[in-house]
Design a protein around this ligand. Sequence first.
Ligand code: ATP
Ligand code: HSE
Length: 334
Amino acid sequence: MRNAKPISGRIIVKVPASTANLGPGFDSLGMALSLFAWISMEPSETTRITLVGDNLEGVSQDKTNLVYVVAQSVFDKAGIELPELDIGIRSDIPLTRGLGSSASAIVGALVAANSLIGNVLTDDELFQMATALEKHPDNVGASLFGGIIAAAWDGTRAEYVRIEPPSGMDVLVAIPEFELSTKKARNVLPEQITLSDAVFNVTHSSLLTAALASGRLDLLSHAMRDRLHQPYRAALIPGMDRILREATDHGALGAVLSGAGPTLLFLARSEHSRNGQLVAFIQEVMAGEGITVKTQWLDPCLHGPQVLFMDENHPDYDKDPHRLLRNVKVEVGA
Ligand SMILES: Nc1ncnc2c1ncn2[C@@H]1O[C@H](COP(=O)(O)OP(=O)(O)OP(=O)(O)O)[C@@H](O)[C@H]1O
Ligand SMILES: N[C@@H](CCO)C(=O)O
């Protein structure tokens, strides 16, 4: 039990998307991306959950909503009651595509709820809660701390180290039109793997972490290879095998499945990245498979959630929060 009191006012949190694994770092490596979701939250007489924009189709608007449930877990842990909430959610992160939409919802909800009660929970407590909810620390760690994180969870406690992304590195994502839930993409993984595949992944994941930490972009094509999950998941994503194998011939430094997929993610040197060759190659292979993909250049996001607090004196306080969310580009914090 803590001495926490709900504050009156509205919190808006802007939280980054993330990519997990980066190839061999299964359930361990994550990187925050310059693609965002926004959550507004304030105490209210009755619970209302409003979804803004096109990316949240199918997300529940009752008390089963992930953001509402996670917020309640913060209040529970802090020992206070705050059952009714007015929540608004806007997301530019497509759902179930491997860009950490659920992690951003969890992290956004944790940070918004904690801000509403005066930040009584520490970042470490939020990280432990987020990891236990998501069941792996890679996406949530990246969304919470920004940059690249290397993390390990033993089922009880998660530890992480944040790595500043190397400069001059751009990120391309190729997002297929179809959804692939994390659950389905984990169900195709084998119960057991060979020792040689385990050694392959441990060694490549270590090399990748060291390469990212020291800015050795020249090592990425070698280090980003994986034998633990991508070979099994490839059957779910037509075209993936060829694209990952040949992407470095078309200007990528490295190419991987983003999280549990189906999004494919490419790292490239900034000075080479926007010449269109890589995008044209991806589009051609996917078109051959009859799949439409949306490609988007992003940057590593260097920061975690940004929080805007509006009290009744804020010039926008009287505006409908959901209209505010629709119009964000709301600048929230530094
Ligand atoms: N903003 C949100 N508000 C409420 N629920 C959300 C939100 N974003 C995601 N979710 C929930 O998370 C589910 C998607 O989680 P899932 O782990 O399958 O995919 P992902 O997080 O997009 O991908 P990955 O974990 O592979 O990066 C959605 O179907 C929805 O139930
Ligand atoms: N590390 C996770 C990320 C998806 O949430 C996986 O690949 O299944």
